[in-house]
Design a protein around this ligand. Structure first.
Ligand code: IPE
Ligand code: MG
Length: 227
């Protein structure tokens, strides 16, 4: 979800204004996924690197997170959306963490859409954590090194209950991954748009999905093998 700051700047406003409007785009996209029966939506809301932003911006983002969770809990639950979070969640301020856990607990039995927020998330941090978890199990003879395969790694990532990414959308015009789900996007289709995140609507989501539907996903095979 990139481009909040530039969107605000274009309008002569503070970056915070962009983040506030970014929250509205989140609502659109969650609704869009529910309508299209997209089962999993993962939003890159705050990266491990975003902690390096000016203190005031970080504080505002954390406050916005708390207020959005409080405001949207009922809508999420009424629409059978299950909230999930990935990242180094312990690094979040206590208030954010506890609000997050409340919403996760309340929505845990919902199954229409799983909405995963990547918070204080960095793919390299996730991989380091994964290696540590597996190493501890190897050390304690719970897993033997020969048995380590893709499945074992998947089971130790923050995304352990989620399928691989099919479509990755990045708004805001930059064409890079920025430490997002590096393992999980191995065969994802990438879609970049210049639209700034606060301007991203349900229609833009449809456009991205239609574009995705026209692609041939070969997973290393030949076109002939697929047909
Ligand atoms: C994305 O918008 C939101 C977060 C990373 C929290 P940015 O804040 O990165 O906006 P730009 O890239 O400066 O326009
Ligand atoms: Mg940015």
């Amino acid at each position: 979800m990139d481009g909040n700051g530039r969107w605000a700047k274009q309008k002569g406003k503070l970056r915070v204004f962009g983040h506030e409007n970014g929250a509205k785009a989140v609502k659109q996209v969650v609704e869009g996924c529910a309508e299209l029966d997209v089962k999993n939506l993962t939003l890159y809301a705050f990266s491990t690197e975003n902690w390096k932003r000016p203190k005031l911006e970080v504080q505002t983002l954390m406050k916005l997170l708390i207020s959005s969770l409080k405001k949207e809990i009922k809508t999420l639950h009424d629409n059978k959306i299950k909230l999930n979070a990935i990242g180094n969640l312990q690094a979040l301020p206590t208030k954010v963490y506890s609000e997050l856990m409340d919403v996760i607990e309340i929505t845990k039995d919902n199954s229409k859409v799983t909405l995963t927020l990547a918070l204080s998330y960095g793919s390299r941090e996730e991989l380091i954590n994964t290696v540590k978890q597996i190493s501890i199990k190897v050390k304690n003879n719970i897993i033997s090194p020969e048995k380590i395969d893709e499945l074992v790694i998947n089971q130790h990532l923050y995304t352990q209950n989620l399928p691989d990414v099919d479509l990755l959308i990045r708004t805001g015009g930059e064409q890079r991954i920025s430490n997002f789900l590096l393992w999980q996007i191995a065969y994802a289709e990438l879609y970049f748009t210049n639209v700034f995140w606060p301007d991203f609507t349900k229609e833009h989501l449809y456009e991205a999905i239609i574009n995705y539907q026209k692609r041939e996903r070969r997973f290393g095979k030949t076109s002939e093998q697929l047909s």
